[in-house]
Design a protein around this ligand. Structure first.
Ligand code: GSH
Length: 206
């Protein structure tokens, strides 16, 4: 059975949990990281020397890096759906996955860290503001893109919707004033209605 190490409050663990649920894969998840600790033991570092979550083990194969894990699971179990076989369609999915990990999630990190993980009174208002401005600019790109299609890569839900969806869950639930982005909000509501997303989209930010 697939094993996932990582606390489900981590956005990177959420991607893997959601992907496994979309596929309908039975898995065991072990709480590691954050308040659970356990990611600095020799055994854990042997699986991921970075000491970060998530890590998976699948029939003896160990893998870390959340987007690599999502690609692996999607290619193995859902090559017709989550990870398209057509080269250009797959590159489109891959592009949005890169965008999530290199642009969207890093942009919102400051606001998330300050508002959710930093006690009130110690928060850096400038960092929150800067992070929100950057994230809104990127959200405007998503919004315009989603105005023309139901999912990120067209008519079908793919792995791109999972990883960008996890980031959008974080952004749309931060206690900040956001510019209304109706297409982004419609897409997120559609994702939220999917049974596969529930372990993620029902989570309060923490
Ligand atoms: N690029 C890595 C980043 C992993 C990462 O930064 N994980 C964070 C949680 S989101 C972590 O392990 N933090 C330490 C902890 O939870 O104790 C990935 O996508 O898997």
């Amino acid at each position: 059975m697939l094993r996932i190490w990582g606390r489900v409050t981590s956005v990177n663990v959420q991607k893997v949990v959601w992907c496994a649920d979309e596929i309908g894969l039975a898995c065991e998840r072990i709480d590691v990281g954050g308040k659970f600790g356990g990611n600095d033991t020799a055994a854990y570092l042997a699986m991921n020397p970075n000491g970060l979550v998530p890590v998976i083990e699948d029939d003896g194969f160990v893998l870390y890096e959340s987007n690599a894990i999502v690609r692996y699971l999607a290619a193995k179990h859902s090559a017709d759906r989550l990870w398209p076989q057509d080269l250009q369609q797959r590159a489109d999915v891959d592009r949005w996955m890169e965008w999530q990990s290199t642009a969207y999630t890093p942009a919102m990190w400051g606001a998330f860290w300050q508002l959710i993980r930093t006690p009130e009174g110690q928060r850096d208002a400038g960092m929150i503001e800067g992070s929100c401005v950057k994230t809104d600019k990127l959200s405007a790109i998503l919004d315009a893109h989603l105005a023309a299609r139901p999912f990120l890569c067209g008519e079908e839900f793919t792995a791109a919707d999972i990883v960008v969806g996890c980031a959008a869950h974080r952004w749309l639930n931060l206690p900040v004033e956001r510019v209304p982005r109706p297409h982004l909000e419609r897409w997120y509501a559609d994702l939220k209605a999917r049974p596969g997303s529930r372990q993620v989209t029902s989570q309060a930010l923490s």
